[in-house]
Ligand binder design. Structure first.
Ligand code: SF4
Ligand code: SF4
Length: 260
């Protein structure tokens, strides 16, 4: 892996390689370039859960002609790249990748044995069909219990490899009221869930980042099940545009600036 990256940098195949380096015992995202090529020997495959693809979108936005190499450390990283390419956040002509899979996506979840959560909430090992086995009022009440724990830290959005909007609806006061904790529920979570339709690749990073132990993947899996049923579209695998990237002729959006 190190030899490949060194060769790519020296021959100009990539201008920058985004990978991991161990710093003070911690595996951290790191930029490797000709300016620090002696550090390539410290490049590690890593089991760190960062959105290197998201970092690449930030670099590409400022330097659209830059050739970028990216380490694929998890098996869903390629799906994230596919989504970001489909949504025009990355140009595949400028991206090179190295597979060094060490970690599956999503991570395995331990059974949640907390009695209160079992009685009132939703565990992370559940699948959408388990939730549908509850009647509608109970389903609603269990989701509301989970949403009520949200502290609006935005960790789920910030870590998500396929959350890339410059202006986020979750911060738009017309969509989600401000000044309250928990944030306006269930709107905060439903706005994010709708935005993940046709985008979420089920990497599990949001759930890992959530300090409130909310089973976010469960919600987004349900949303993507609907997308699969209605549009026969599978996120990260279908090479076509997401059905949600095209607005119908009758849709009229009145834009309201976020920072009025
Ligand atoms: S699982 Fe969470 S972090 Fe991963 S793509 Fe889906 S919403 Fe984003
Ligand atoms: S990471 Fe969890 S607590 Fe933070 S905003 Fe997202 S759902 Fe809420």
């Amino acid at each position: 892996m190190q030899a490949q990256v060194e060769q790519w940098l020296k021959e100009g195949t990539v201008d920058l390689f985004i990978g991991y380096k161990k710093i003070d015992g911690h595996v951290m995202p790191h930029f490797f370039s000709m300016d620090n090529i002696d550090e390539v020997k410290d490049l590690v495959p890593g089991q760190a859960h960062y959105s290197l693809e998201k970092v690449a979108t930030k670099v590409a936005a400022d330097h659209p002609d830059m050739n970028i190499g990216i380490l694929l450390a998890r098996d869903c990283n390629q799906q994230a790249l596919n989504v970001l390419t489909i949504w025009n956040q990355l140009n595949s002509d400028h991206i090179k990748t190295i597979d060094a899979f060490e970690d599956p996506c999503p991570p395995e979840q331990a059974e949640d044995n907390a009695p209160y959560k079992q009685q009132n909430g939703l565990g992370k090992t559940l699948v959408p069909e388990d939730v549908e086995a509850f009647d509608q009022p109970e389903r609603f009440s269990r989701w509301m219990y989970e949403f009520s724990k949200c502290m609006k830290c935005y960790g789920c959005r910030n870590i998500c490899p396929v959350c890339f909007c410059k202006e986020c609806s979750l911060e738009h006061k017309d969509l989600v009221g401000t000044g309250n904790l928990p944030p306006e529920i269930p709107i905060f979570h439903l706005v994010r869930a709708v935005h993940m339709a046709g985008r979420c690749i089920d990497c599990g990073l949001c759930e890992e980042a959530c300090p409130s132990d909310i089973p976010l993947r469960l919600l987004y899996r349900k949303v993507n099940d609907i997308v699969k049923d209605v549009y026969d579209y599978e996120t990260g695998i279908s090479p076509d545009q997401s059905p949600f990237s095209v607005l119908g002729e009758k849709v009229i959006l009145e834009t309201t600036p976020i920072n009025e």
